[in-house]
Design a protein around this ligand. Structure first.
Ligand code: SAM
Length: 393
């Protein structure tokens, strides 16, 4: 789908593109832009399309997969007729693959996530987390095409999202990590299928400033649940922010200090403390856009309990699987490219465990032990100053 296929022209057929550009009085560059981003041409071009191709604006929208109100109303009015036209049934009967790697808690498969998911049972996992390629024309060892048109990329996302929703248990949690541009589309798709919980902004600088744009400084983490209510919602509480130099308060808490929960402050939907895994020394796989264990720990802790099943279709360097293993969650995963760096990582899981335990010791307290000692020495208030405080998490 897309403008070119709606007009029956091939992406690389320069001669046809040239002809169409003349007929529609659009420059080739403009035509390619509309096709790449799946944008409906403006009214004057729509008129020319109707004249030269005999395709009405609404037919064009349907062919391009642009489901605006006009199209949806038309489909709704004609639902019975349309449903009888063609309804292919999906089959979930292929034989189960053998995992390439197993650990105490998990199974890792090599292959295309769609194929693997189609072999999984309905309502079988407690948490779904996806960190797909962002279609930014990057090179992956799996040699996937990371430079699709918007339409092709989103259609692919909708396919694995559908499978993800199917395999998620009612009350299970569904997460997608992506750049805001794509998550605006994915979130509007998900709004019709799952219950929205949060758009979490994760303050992480991306590497490149784009000319004429604001500096992109956050990733989006979409958080949905299947059905009305989450089976598990257990966010960590965070330590109070203090000045890294003088250890004093960063905000004026006035008379509220004694009302602060000694187990820390409520987690918000803006996460400032997730480190990038940029330095190759710390990165397991150079090209894998590896996420931080700190991020995966926070998500898994918030939405699952020990023994629950976590599924991630895009293995990369295996951060989800390592974190799930350390937190005694069962996990299932797959990766199209080589699996050796994930397996290697499991051989050195001890280092990662130490890292995780270190920063986790700073959660669910108002002041981490080290800070508390320093503040006490400096005669600054701590939760011990108000020992009568209620201590519920
Ligand atoms: C952004 S990376 C995931 C990084 C991972 N979250 C981590 O922290 O290490 C995306 C991965 O998805 C893999 N991939 C792309 N298309 C896939 C597909 N259809 N099935 C399975 N894996 C795929 C890529 O090879 C790449 O390793």
């Amino acid at each position: 789908m897309g403008l070119f296929s709606a007009l029956d022209i091939k992406k690389l057929d320069k001669a046809s593109i040239n002809k169409v550009s003349k007929k529609l009085e659009l420059q080739i560059r403009e035509l390619e832009y509309l096709n790449q981003h799946n944008i409906l041409p403006d009214t004057s071009v729509l008129k020319r399309i109707e004249i030269h191709f005999g395709i009405s604006p609404i037919e064009l929208k349907i062919k391009m997969g642009i489901m605006d109100k006009e199209v949806l109303d038309l489909l709704s009015l004609n639902a019975t007729t349309i449903s009888k036209l063609n309804s292919p049934t999906k089959e979930y009967t292929s034989p189960k693959n053998n995992p390439e790697f197993t650990s105490e808690f998990g199974k890792l498969y090599r292959g295309d996530c769609l194929e693997i998911m189609r072999q999984m049972d309905d309502n079988s996992v407690d948490m779904f987390f996806a960190d797909p390629p962002f279609n930014l024309n990057k090179l992956y060892l799996s040699e996937i095409d990371d430079n699709l048109t918007s339409k092709e990329y989103l259609d692919w996302c909708y396919d694995w999202i559908e499978e993800g929703i199917r395999i998620l248990k009612p009350g299970g949690s569904f997460f997608i990590w992506n750049i805001p541009k794509w998550n605006t589309y994915l979130s509007s798709y998900l709004n019709n299928k799952l219950t929205f919980r949060h758009w979490i902004a994760c303050d992480l600088k991306m590497s490149l400033k784009i000319q004429g744009r604001l500096y992109p400084a956050h990733y989006s983490l979409l958080y949905y649940v299947k059905g009305e209510k989450a089976n598990v919602f257990n966010p960590d509480r965070m330590p109070m922010e203090t000045c890294p130099k003088c250890n004093d308060d960063l905000k004026d808490y006035g008379g509220y200090k004694n009302k602060m929960n000694p187990l820390g402050v409520n987690m918000t939907d803006v996460w400032y403390d997730i480190p990038p895994v940029r330095h190759t020394k710390y990165k397991t796989r150079k090209e894998a856009n590896e996420l931080s264990i700190k991020l995966m720990d926070r998500i898994i802790e918030m939405s699952t309990k020990e023994g629950d099943i976590v599924f991630d279709p895009f293995g990369g360097a295996g951060t989800t699987y390592i974190t799930a293993e350390l937190k005694k969650r069962k996990w299932l995963g797959c990766e199209l490219g080589p699996l050796n760096s994930i397996i290697e990582r499991f051989n050195n899981i001890g280092n990662e465990s130490e890292y995780l335990n270190n920063y986790r010791s700073n959660y669910n307290v108002l002041f981490p032990e080290k800070i508390k000692k320093k503040r006490t020495k400096l005669n600054l208030w701590t939760d011990d100053t108000f020992l009568t405080t209620d201590t519920q998490k």
